[in-house]
Design a protein around this ligand. Structure first.
Ligand code: SAH
Length: 221
């Protein structure tokens, strides 16, 4: 990112970064990704003045952009080196997609709500990143054409770990997925080991539902 977009809200973005560092975000490449990503472009104009608060915000279609410190913890846990192929499920605003674009080699992201994906596509282009591919569809099925992935981030909550996503992980690859009820979930780190996978519970989280064939039904069943 360069030019006027980079300078807008620069002070607010620096304060957010200091707040994240105060909350334990130490990974230099993660801090740099936050510095390079203009969160104010990813939220509706009505809440733009709060874009650099460490808070979730509405993004339309009943969905929310997560709290920056939640993205930061996800990204710090994955400890990406910059060489990885990453799959994101739930593009939403596209904010985390751009953070990932600064931390990995290639980012593939799937969203099921067309107006959100259209808007995300525009903002991602404005950010000048060129290593992102987007797909409209049911992310519980993954994105088979580009599998396997070194890392998968699921940004919505599932009743259980979606098996097509495990299948699309590379050997030793890792996936973060919120698993549990519609209100509250456990953030699970899945590591692929041959035909099996390890499962480690990291924390309690609250995400919007993952709606799809291997997630929740639209009507809540
Ligand atoms: N990380 C996003 C937050 C998105 S909220 C951001 O930074 O803005 C979760 C998103 O997951 C919503 O946009 C929702 O529409 C999407 N989602 C839910 N179920 C999905 C599915 N099966 N496939 C793809 N996207 C899904």
């Amino acid at each position: 990112m360069a030019g006027p977009v980079a300078r807008q809200f620069g002070g607010a973005r620096r304060r957010l970064i200091e707040e994240l560092q105060g909350k334990g975000v130490r990974d230099i490449s993660v801090v740099r990704a936050f510095d390079l990503t203009p969160r104010h472009l990813f939220v509706p104009t009505g809440v733009q003045h709060r874009a650099y608060d460490d808070a979730p915000l509405p993004i339309g279609s009943g969905q929310t952009i997560s709290q920056p410190s939640v993205h930061a913890k996800y990204l710090q846990t994955l400890a990406l080196k910059g060489t990885e192929k990453v799959l994101e499920i739930g593009t939403g605003s596209g904010y985390q997609t751009v953070l990932l674009a600064h931390l990995a080699a290639q980012v593939f992201s799937v969203e099921r709500i067309a107006p959100l994906l259209d808007r995300a596509r525009d903002v991602i282009a404005q950010c000048g990143v060129t290593n992102v591919s987007l797909l409209l569809g049911d992310g519980t099925l993954g994105w088979k054409a580009y599998a396997p992935y070194d890392a998968i981030l699921v940004s919505a909550a599932s009743p259980d770990v979606p098996m097509p996503l495990v299948e699309q992980l590379a050997e030793g690859g890792r996936m973060l997925v919120p698993v549990g009820g519609r209100e509250e979930q456990q953030l699970v780190l899945v590591t692929k080991r041959g035909v099996r996978f390890d499962r480690e519970v990291l924390s309690t989280v609250r995400f919007v539902p993952l709606v799809g064939e291997h997630g929740w039904a639209e009507n809540g069943a």
